[in-house]
Structure formats: structure tokens, C-alpha cells
Design a protein around this ligand. Structure first.
Ligand SMILES: NC(=O)c1ccc[n+]([C@@H]2O[C@H](COP(=O)([O-])OP(=O)(O)OC[C@H]3O[C@@H](n4cnc5c(N)ncnc54)[C@H](O)[C@@H]3O)[C@@H](O)[C@H]2O)c1
Length: 432
């Protein structure tokens, strides 16, 4: 099996996680270079992967300015920094795995998909849900006709109060102009999953939602701008920062507040950094609840709800077909399927793959394995002198494709446009 040489742009949370695949499966993937401006992160990454100092860059532009140093490139920078490195990497002949959202601009999503086809590159987006046992099993049960013809889907993204506060009130995705609207940042995964399950193109979208709670006028009496400034509401506030970040858990999400996990460094981060701010005194503007109704070309409909106001951070779904229904909660690792004619109920316990990565129900590493397989096939064809053709040509393809990823993103952009303009939006508006 050919080991795929891989370079990483952005050695933050996601870049480090995906690169970790090389440590578990060194015969499949070798990290050959990294670009990361944060010196501490860059050095930690360098040591973890045994890189020479000259293979470590402070900026993606420097990495891409030199000769091609890998077969594949992972683009794991923040939302607004995806487009440029991706098109430059495609032009330089890399196969690219790009974090979601592809871009915060719809036209850039379409452009990247088209460029990848022109360059004959493997171009995959980190839509991890397709790679989870939960969604893969739902798709298989539908394809087997276990509930007859699918008619409608009810899908909930239960973000949970603490995850909303961490990422979408205090954290990197709190402000739509600086990152992207909530439905793009968080729910492009869900849109992609709904597109996959519905099995047809999405045609119409309508959506409502707002920022209901995380605003100054909702602050309890005695709240201070920072939790550690003697907040009088500390005891009853679910968002009191020390309760979340000064615990024994120094993994995600606490790891995001400070590169140094020591208690002192975390305390300093809460006194000075964004994660110590009162959730009612941040510069956030993304919604904390949003619903979307979707109609697909085959008549299937879907009702989607994203909410911060849940205890569990989980996705729950109900698929309703002509002969039965399937219900599931991803976090429970369980599906229930009921057949109308017999009343027969079956509970299916799902086994999360033991692949060294629990993130997204094991999906993170399944996605990486699938991407590497596609690159391996494409490189082999190129080495045999076969044209390789378009991204869709030859090989088994991946579980997702640039075309589908683009459409999933456009569904999210359409939902946001619908919410802002109070009207039903046709997906074809975006392709035009
Ligand atoms: N697929 C998923 O489920 C999933 C989950 C979380 C986040 N994400 C997405 O992944 C992306 C990265 O998120 P994250 O949590 O890892 O963020 P992060 O901030 O931890 O990592 C981004 C890294 O990019 C680096 N960077 C900044 N400028 C750079 C430059 N010029 N050249 C090279 N690197 C540069 C930053 O220093 C940082 O270390 C985001 O777009 C996010 O929306 C996807």
C-alpha cells in the first residue's frame, strides 16, 4: 500500500486531529510539511511528526510557494481562510481535503468544485457525518427499502447550551461576518446529511430563527463583563466559565482556550481571553435557534431544527416512509425501526469503530481513510499514465463528492437567505 505524503495547513484543533491519523496508521499516511503561524503549535506539531525545521512554515503561502512537498494537502484554517489556499493547492497539483464550511461565500464553493474537476484532483470536504456508523446505517436501511419509500424527515441538531456558549457566543464562530452564519458553520453537516438521505437534489428552502438569549438584555442582575470579576449570578448561571474550563478535563473544548493546559494558564485565559467573558456581554450575532423546511426533487420533505437550548449535544432523527419509520439518537448509538404492517420493532445497536478516534462517532478517521484511499487510486492512475480524468472519473469515488458538498453548502446559504429575507428560496438562484 502506497503511503500518502500529506502536508497540513493550519495545525489547530482539526489539523492536529486529522494529522494524528499518520501516528496511528503510518503505513497509510506520512506528514511531510506543516504551515502554522502559532510558534508553539508549530513546534509541538513538528516534534509529534518528526519534521525537519525546514518543512515547517509560518504561513500557507510559504509552503505553497516551494516545490510540491506531498501528494495531498489538508486545509484546516478558519472558515474565511479556505478558498485561497485551496485553489493555490489545486493549481500546484495537490489532492485536497478541505474543512467545512468550504467557504463563507457561495460562489467560491461552486468555483472550488469546478476547479477541482478541471485539475483532475481528489477534492473532498470534511462532511464527517457521512462517515459515521449512525448515518451510514440510516442510509443503508433506506437503500434496502426497510421503510418503503421515504416521504419525510425530521432532524434535530441539538447543539446544547454549553457548546453554543463555547463556540457560537464566546468562541471562533460567534460572529457571522468574522466566520459564517450559524447554519453554514454548524449545520452544513446536517444539510449534507439530509441531501444524502433524501436521495435527490434539494429544490426549495425556507427558514426562520434568531438570537433569542445570548444578548445584553438577558443578563441576570449583578452579572459582570467577565465571570471572574465577581459575578453575582455565578452560582445559578449555567455558563459560568470556571465551571466549564477549570476542571480536570483539559481536552476539547477546554483545549481551545489555551495551548498551555496548566491551571494557571487556563485561569489567565479566563481573565484575559474571549472564553472568560460573560455570555451576555460578547460580540456575538449568530442565531441560537433556527428551523428550516426543505423540499427535494423526488418530493421528499425535511424539517430541520438547530437549537442551543438542549442539555445533550446530539443529533436526533426520524425518517418516515410508506412502510415504516426509523428513529435514532446519534449519541446513544442506537436506532429503532418499526414496520407498519406487522408492528415489528427492531432495535439496532451501533458499534462505533475502534480506530483510535472517538470524534464524530469515529467518523473523523473513517473520513481520512476514505480520502487517502481515493488519493492512492488517483496517484496510481496518474503514475500509470492514465489521464485520471475528472474528479468523478475512475476509481470507486468517495462517500461524498465536491458536487454534493457544494449543494449541501448552498442549502445552508439558501436557508440563511430565507431567514433574512423572509421568503422561500430556490436553490437554482445560487447556481445562476
Ligand atoms: N468537520 C468538522 O466537524 C469540524 C469541526 C470543527 C471545526 N471545523 C472547521 O475546521 C476549521 C478549523 O477549525 P479549528 O477548530 O481547527 O480551528 P483552529 O483555530 O484551532 O485552527 C486553525 C489554525 O489555522 C492557523 N492559521 C491561521 N492563519 C494561517 C496561515 N496563514 N497559514 C497556516 N495556518 C494558519 C491558526 O493559527 C490555527 O492554528 C474551521 O473552518 C472549522 O469551521 C470542522
Amino acid at each position: 500500500m502506497k503511503t500518502i505524503k500529506t502536508a497540513v495547513i493550519g495545525a489547530g484543533g482539526r489539523g492536529s486531529l486529522y494529522a494524528g491519523y499518520a501516528l496511528h496508521y503510518p503505513h497509510e499516511m506520512e506528514i511531510t510539511a506543516v504551515a502554522e503561524p502559532n510558534p508553539a503549535r508549530r513546534e509541538a506539531f513538528r516534534q509529534r511528526h518528526g519534521l525537519a525545521p525546514q518543512a515547517c512554515y509560518a504561513d500557507w503561502r510559504d509552503l505553497l510557494a516551494g516545490p510540491r512537498c506531498a501528494d495531498a494537502l489538508l486545509v484546516c484554517t478558519q472558515d474565511t481562510m479556505h478558498y485561497e489556499p485551496t485553489i493555490r493547492a489545486l493549481e500546484a497539483g495537490y489532492h485536497v481535503l478541505l474543512e467545512k464550511p468550504m467557504s463563507t461565500v457561495p460562489a467560491e464553493c461552486v468555483d472550488m468544485g469546478e476547479r477541482a474537476k478541471r485539475h483532475g484532483a481528489v477534492f473532498a470536504i470534511c462532511h464527517v457525518l457521512r462517515y459515521t456508523v449512525f448515518f451510514a446505517t440510516l442510509k443503508r436501511l433506506l437503500d434496502e427499502g426497510r421503510i418503503g419509500q421515504l416521504v419525510t424527515i425530521q432532524h434535530n441538531e441539538n447543539v446544547s447550551y454549553w457548546h453554543q456558549a463555547h463556540s457560537y457566543v464566546r468562541g471562533n464562530w460567534r460572529n457571522a461576518a468574522q466566520s459564517s452564519p450559524m447554519i453554514v458553520a454548524k449545520c452544513c453537516h446536517d444539510m449534507d446529511a439530509l441531501l444524502w438521505l433524501a436521495g435527490a437534489d434539494c429544490e426549495l428552502v425556507s427558514s426562520f430563527g434568531s438570537l433569542a438569549h445570548f444578548r445584553p438584555e438577558q443578563a441576570p442582575a449583578g452579572a459582570t463583563a467577565r465571570c471572574l470579576d465577581g459575578c453575582a449570578a455565578a452560582d445559578e448561571c449555567a455558563y459560568y466559565a470556571p465551571r466549564h474550563y477549570l476542571t480536570a478535563n483539559v481536552g476539547w473544548p477546554t483545549a481551545a482556550i489555551s495551548d498551555d493546559p496548566s491551571y494557571e494558564a487556563r485561569l489567565r485565559a479566563l481573565r484575559e481571553g474571549p472564553y472568560g467573558r460573560c455570555v451576555y456581554a460578547c460580540d456575538n450575532d449568530v442565531v441560537d435557534h433556527q428551523v428550516a423546511s426543505l423540499q427535494f426533487a423526488n418530493g421528499v420533505t425535511a424539517a430541520f431544527t438547530m437549537s442551543a437550548f438542549t442539555y445533550d449535544n446530539d443529533r436526533t432523527i426520524k425518517l418516515m416512509g410508506t412502510k415504516g419509520e426509523i428513529r435514532g439518537a446519534m449519541g446513544k448509538g442506537e436506532l429503532e425501526i418499526v414496520e407498519f404492517a406487522t408492528g415489528h420493532r427492531q432495535t439496532i445497536a451501533l458499534r462505533v469503530p475502534d480506530n483510535g478516534q472517538a470524534g464524530h462517532g469515529g467518523g473523523d478517521f473513517v473520513l481520512m481513510a476514505d480520502f487517502l484511499r481515493q488519493v492512492r487510486e488517483r496517484v496510481a492512475r496518474q503514475e500509470r499514465g492514465e489521464s485520471g480524468g475528472s474528479a468523478a472519473g475512475g476509481g470507486q469515488g468517495g462517500r461524498t463528492s465536491a458536487d454534493k458538498s457544494v449543494q449541501g453548502h448552498l442549502m445552508a446559504f439558501a436557508a440563511e437567505r430565507s431567514r433574512l429575507e423572509n421568503r422561500v428560496v430556490r436553490l437554482e438562484e445560487f447556481y445562476k
